[in-house]
Design a protein around this ligand. Structure first.
Ligand code: ADP
Ligand code: MG
Length: 683
């Protein structure tokens, strides 16, 4: 069966089911085969009727003696069935399914799975799953249908469903189609990898996934299918990387060690060893004629700017200019100031290129949008993209390369999102990664508290006292939706109005949300910066990536709805000055897990550790909004599983090292092309 065959061509699937299946994102035969169970009902314990016990989940097989519908006093239907096997009889009961008497008839041989419960004084089988083994009792001498059941008497797969499409229906369809699908499917994984990784064959894996005979088979299936997902993503990104290196030439830089020693000496602080290591990474990138494509991850205030400045300096010494792209105008100005502090003394001019001010320099800082078409006086040797913590890092960065020079500039992307290494390996497999995992010395800890609702008024009072001391606070309004629509804005405005009544008149509140015009946004931030606003009320998605040294309180509503890494980033907005700072996390949730997760914010102040905790507790889909991003589509693989992630990467690298275009592996190449056209956005 052609894997790409439309589901509408599958026998028994008409318009109705086609429509429903498309809702589940199932469009082709292959989509249906790759619609995997998310759990299994363990109905594998088959017992004779005399041995069943109250409270057990069991399967029995027997013959229907009698079946009837009874109407209760309240007008509801109860279907009562007596089933017998060689050892005895048991009563089976279903509620509100009177039509069952049309399907199930006396004399039929059936298989039932469900829970045995005590009703009155008798153990009964209540609302079990059922399937008909033989419809005629006269056939009973012929072989019993052992092991052939689909919905009962085994590990039964439960699928993601939608209204009108049940797991039972999906099970039936997949059981019919799978053998046909597998008939002309060849395994696309190279044999050496199958062997080396001890993976199940594809056909076995798919069979095990849908219709396992044991938990061991499920494990084998998941291992193979998870490996496939990660391996294919790695192959795609490694091939992209090779292609990038093959087709692009970057200006090769010489590194003047003496000038660099001087540069380091003149800094107002001592570099951390993480900063030194990262600068070394970058300088060795610059020495090559393949363009660097490096991602620098470092917590808020871990000192990324000086690392970028070192690279900018090296590029300058080689006669090239650099561009630094910031997400907002305010951040661009902030960068200009910081870079000037480090680089002016070495004779460099720092330009600015934003909507309101345009001035070219040896290095020019501007907003992402404007720098796309920027023409510097000297050829560009380096592009730095700052605070790119959304997805598509690589793609964004490449916008800057379409220039008339024959060179592609080196590219450095910086992010404060602490993406754990395992996750970064998969998401950004084609980038080189440097991590600033060490904070400069002497940073103050931000006292963090998960605040129960009962103490809310106390928190407001505390804020008011801080304001009296001329300090400032952020209040993040409840998280309504992952993206800012009018619903979120409305909630923010409501919260803002409510908050006004909580503080005395002398406290000035300002509101910041994504639907404000950018002029209004900047005005609000500037007022906050100047201190005319005491409390800035902001929606969760608004970027407040700006230094307000006087802000000492970060209060966050609906904290449970954020990833820990996000909370940590928000928290990083305070504690930037000399005053003791605080973070209050409010939550409506009472779930112990959710509270435990939030409490880790009280103890841990390292972004990477928090991100790892989230990765373990919530899985990779939930953190960083990965599930919504559509960037990767993982059904089986768990990015928290370091071992399999790095093995997939190693295998991909090794394979490409002796066959970089996959000429010898046409099946794999085909599979990859298909995947790329479906999931991975083209650059
Ligand atoms: P971010 O990583 O958030 O971009 P910055 O580069 O803005 O952080 O650095 C935050 C602050 O820390 C700046 O004021 C900078 O001067 C200071 N800083 C950077 N590196 C060090 C260091 N090694 N020791 C002390 N202070 C440092
Ligand atoms: Mg920064």
């Amino acid at each position: 069966m052609d894997p790409d065959l439309s589901i509408s061509k599958i026998p028994g699937i008409g318009r109705y089911y086609e429509y429903k299946l498309r809702k589940l994102n199932i469009n082709t035969v292959e989509d249906l085969i790759y619609h995997f169970p998310f759990r299994y009902d363990d109905f594998s314990q088959i017992k004779t009727i005399e041995n069943i016990q109250t409270g057990e989940i069991v399967s029995i097989q027997g013959v229907i003696w009698q079946i009837k519908n009874i109407r209760t006093r309240s007008g509801k239907f109860v279907t009562v069935v007596t089933v017998a096997d060689q050892s005895g009889t048991v009563e089976v009961v279903w509620f509100n399914q009177p039509y069952l008497t049309q399907t199930l008839k006396a004399g039929m041989q059936i298989s039932l799975s469900g829970k045995i419960q005590l009703e009155g004084f008798r153990a009964k089988l209540i609302s079990p799953s059922y399937e008909i083994l033989r419809s005629n009792i006269s056939q009973i001498e012929s072989n019993f249908n052992q092991g052939q059941t689909l919905h009962t008497g085994r590990l039964v797969p439960i699928y993601p469903e939608t209204e009108g499409i049940s797991s039972k229906w999906l099970r039936g369809k997949i059981a019919k189609i799978l053998p046909e699908y597998l008939k002309n499917q060849k395994d696309f994984l190279p044999k050496e990898i199958l062997k080396g990784q001890k993976l199940a064959k594809l056909s076995d894996a798919l069979n095990f996934m849908h219709f396992p005979k044991s938990n061991g088979e499920i494990t084998k299936a998941r291992k193979r299918l998870a490996f496939d997902e990660l391996f294919l993503i790695q192959l795609a990104s490694q091939m992209r990387k090779l292609n990038w290196q093959k087709t692009r030439i970057a200006p090769k830089m010489k590194i003047d060690n003496e000038r660099f020693t001087k540069f380091e000496k003149k800094l107002p602080f001592q570099l951390t060893s993480a900063q030194k290591r990262t600068i070394d990474d970058l300088l060795s990138d610059l020495k090559k004629d393949t363009p660097a494509n490096r991602l620098l991850e470092g917590d808020v205030a871990s000192g990324k700017t000086v690392v970028a400045a070192a690279a900018v300096f090296a590029v300058h010494l080689n006669g090239y200019s650099s561009l630094v792209a910031a997400p907002t105008e305010i951040l661009a100005f902030q960068h200009q100031t910081t870079l000037a502090e480090i680089l002016s003394m070495h004779g460099m001019t720092i330009g600015i290129w934003t909507a309101s001010k345009k001035q070219k320099g040896d290095v020019t800082v501007g907003t992402h949008a404007l720098l796309n078409n920027f023409k510097p006086e000297k050829p560009t040797g380096l592009v730095v993209v700052d605070e790119q913590h959304r997805f598509g890092v690589a793609q964004r960065g490449r916008l800057f390369i379409n220039q008339s020079t024959k060179f592609t500039p080196h590219l450095l992307t910086m992010t404060a999102t602490p993406i754990p290494r395992t996750l970064a390996l998969t998401l950004y497999g084609d980038l080189d990664l440097s991590i600033l995992d060490e904070m400069p010395k002497g940073r103050q800890k931000i006292a963090t508290f998960v605040v129960p609702n009962a103490k809310r008024h106390k928190a407001y009072k505390f804020i008011e006292e801080q304001v009296k001391k001329r300090r400032q606070a952020f209040i993040i309004t409840p998280f309504v939706e992952p993206s800012e629509t009018m619903t979120s804005v409305k909630a923010a405005v409501q919260e803002f109005e409510k908050l006004k009544t909580k503080f005395t008149k002398s406290v000035n509140l300002g509101l910041l949300h994504g639907k404000l015009k950018s002029k209004e946004k900047e005005a609000a931030i500037q007022k906050f910066q100047k201190g005319t606003i005491d409390i800035l009320v902001a929606t969760p998605v608004v970027e407040v990536g700006i230094d307000i040294p006087n802000a000492t309180i970060m209060m966050i509503e609906s904290a449970e709805r954020f990833g820990l890494a996000q909370l940590h980033q928000l928290r990083g907005r305070v504690g930037r000055g000399k005053h003791k700072s605080y973070c209050f996390l409010f939550t409506e949730s009472n779930s112990p897990n959710s509270l435990k997760r939030l409490r880790s914010m009280e103890k841990i102040d390292i972004g990477f550790e928090l991100a790892e905790i989230d990765l373990k507790m919530r899985g990779s889909g939930e953190i960083f909004g990965l599930r919504q991003s559509g960037f990767v589509n993982l059904k089986v693989a768990d990015l928290a599983d370091r071992k399999i992630v790095s093995e997939a990467q190693n295998e991909a690298k090794e394979l490409l090292s002796f066959d970089s275009s996959l000429k010898k592996f046409p099946l794999l190449s085909q599979k990859l092309n298909k995947l790329q056209s479906e999931y991975i956005q083209p650059n």
